[in-house]
Design a binder for this molecule. Structure first.
Ligand code: BTN
Length: 278
């Protein structure tokens, strides 16, 4: 779950909350995929699956390696935020990739991961998942997951945090954002292994498409779930704030915002949805 403010829950506290129940027996050991999941490393507790995947990349680990944790003590969110989890309830994983594309196209991989999550959750469980550009996964306007892409050397790590089971109320007060879990919408806990396998298979499929010269097709798969198009938004770009109507997503994954001063193509930023009267 996303922590929008400064760290307020210590890693030590999170670590002791459920240390006796941490478990990796649910973690898959192999997948019927081309690249993603060639090697799967499961940890009961780790600082950050992204950090571990980056460390493995530096040590020469092959692409397709997946790092999974039952809980993180220093989970990272976008824009320097912390990512909190309820131990034993979330999906926290990272995929190590070594794409051959130009640097300008790398960010499409995070849209691809969001599309993979949305496609899998929609087709396997009929979850009405929307994305909020670029990397938020929402159900009924509440955040259920997020993606963090990081690079070191030639390696790209795509990290996914998904609030699968548990009650969103348990961390919502700390996080200060509208959160949800899949369980809340499904009405029962979901098997994390099954959810993870479904998503990894989709990521593998999308990665093949991307590597095969189809970044625009990957953006097309993402576009089907994009919930901000047609909405009034303000996009925060550091100190700058661009407000208008989100009208389109380009084939390179940029968000087009129609402002009073004209059209802007935005490649990175934080979208705030603006409701009428604001
Ligand atoms: C966001 O801010 O919305 C992105 C959150 C990404 C969190 C995931 S959890 C698994 C992976 N490891 C991390 O440290 N972060 C990502």
């Amino acid at each position: 779950m996303l922590l929008r403010t400064e760290p307020i829950a210590s890693a030590a506290l999170l670590g002791t909350m459920a240390s006796s129940s941490l478990d990796t027996s649910w973690c898959p050991s192999e997948l019927a995929t081309e690249v993603v999941g060639r090697s799967i490393r499961c940890y009961p507790r780790i600082d950050s699956t992204n950090e571990q995947a980056l460390r493995l990349a530096e040590a020469g680990q092959a692409e397709g390696t997946v790092v999974v944790a039952d809980t993180q003590t220093a989970g990272r969110g976008r824009r320097g935020r912390r990512w909190l989890d309820e131990p034993g309830q979330a999906l926290l994983f990272s995929v190590l990739l070594r794409p051959t594309c130009e640097q300008s196209q790398v960010a499409i991989l995070s849209l691809g991961a969001a599309a993979a999550c949305a496609e899998s959750l929609a087709s396997e469980y009929s979850f009405p998942v929307d994305t909020k550009w670029p990397n938020d996964l929402l159900i009924a306007g509440h955040k259920v997951g997020g993606i963090l892409l990081e690079q070191r050397g030639g390696a790209v790590v795509v990290g996914v945090g998904l609030n699968v089971n548990g009650r969103p109320e348990s961390l919502q007060a700390q996080v200060g954002a509208a959160l949800t879990t899949l369980e809340k919408h499904y009405g029962a806990p979901l098997p994390r292994k099954e959810v993870l396998v479904g998503i990894l298979e989709k990521i593998d499929d999308i990665y093949q498409q991307f590597q095969g010269g189809g970044p625009a097709e990957v953006v097309g798969r993402y576009r089907r779930f994009e919930g901000v198009l047609g909405r009034s938004v303000c996009v925060h770009l550091g100190e700058e704030r661009i407000c208008g109507t989100a009208t389109a997503l380009t084939d390179s994954g940029a968000l087009v915002v129609n402002t009073l001063e004209g059209e802007r193509e935005i490649t990175a930023g934080e979208v705030e949805l603006v409701t009428d009267g604001e």
